[in-house]
Design a protein around this ligand. Sequence first.
Ligand code: IPM
Ligand code: MG
Length: 356
Amino acid sequence: MEKTIAVIRGDYSSREFVKETLRVLDRIAEKYGHTFHYVDAAMGGDAIDQYGEPLPEAELEKCRKSDSVLLGSVGGPKWDDMPGDRRPEKGLLKLRAGMGLYSNARPATIWPQLAPASPLRSDIAANGIDFIIIRELTGGVYFGDHKTENYGTEDVATDIMTYSEHEIRRIGKIGFETARKRRKKLTSVDKANVLDTSRLWRKIMHELKEEYPDVEYEDMLVDNCAMQIVKNPAQFDVIVTENMFGDILSDEASMITGSIGMIPSSSLGDTTVGVYEPIHGSAPDIAGKNIVNPTACILSAAMMLRYSFNMAEEADAIEAAVGAVLDKGFRTADNQSDGCTVLGTTEITDKILEEL
Ligand code: IPM
Ligand code: MG
């Protein structure tokens, strides 16, 4: 197959792990007879430096025209003092909204080899961690009006949180469909004891559950969910939630698996063109040292092959190669444990390539 992939190399460490990920994609292309055309698109700090804004229309257009987007991560201290509408993160939000990517999947799966790196008590981690967070990505407080006004003696800031029925229904459906393909349990997370958006969320979810009698359904308040994720993560199969709750819970969920450096994500809308990115940031503190873990980005590429290109065998091969490298005791510095060999970004990718 022939595919065009828009590549957003991102900022700081991102440039290192995206480069390594492209080597893995090249190997897959060679081995399975595909052609991948890479088109560089600038976003985040990189785009601010080149064009003065975090995602110029022309760069967004490159992404829209591609068969999928591989994204590193953006942002860092160099641009921290930019005004809110010109920060690197704004590029990411514009990309999500501009491509209609309302559905973000973030798996929380523990690699058994990394169990010693989990901060959870070993008996809890041993029960298994294998759930997925489906996060609504283009609504809620992220996309409501933001303003800061001066009332004479002090500033007052306001962020508006809005959800419409159709936005809730389409993400709710994805929650149910995802659960149906897994262990058939869906937890819908909200704050219905306080927020109107959550009460509407719950009402729509209850309507939807009638269409999925085969899926075991529960409502959970977000504060309780944050607690349950560390208390008994094995209870979860699929969690579906709104934008900001999903942002927070997915960081928590990734950490209990041992390392945020291992967790990929997909962002999709109504077509097969998606954005695939690690859930971690651009790690400015370790940039340029060849120590950042490239695995989350490499696994994001595997997700892209699976979900956007329908290349299940190729995706399986990448995931198996990552597992084999862990089995052999190779680690990057972020998840080292006793008896393991710590390798750099390029060297661990070399090991993954050897397995392929
Ligand atoms: C994420 C990030 C982004 C978000 C930031 C960088 C805007 O934290 O993808 O989880 O909050 O969505
Ligand atoms: Mg986040």
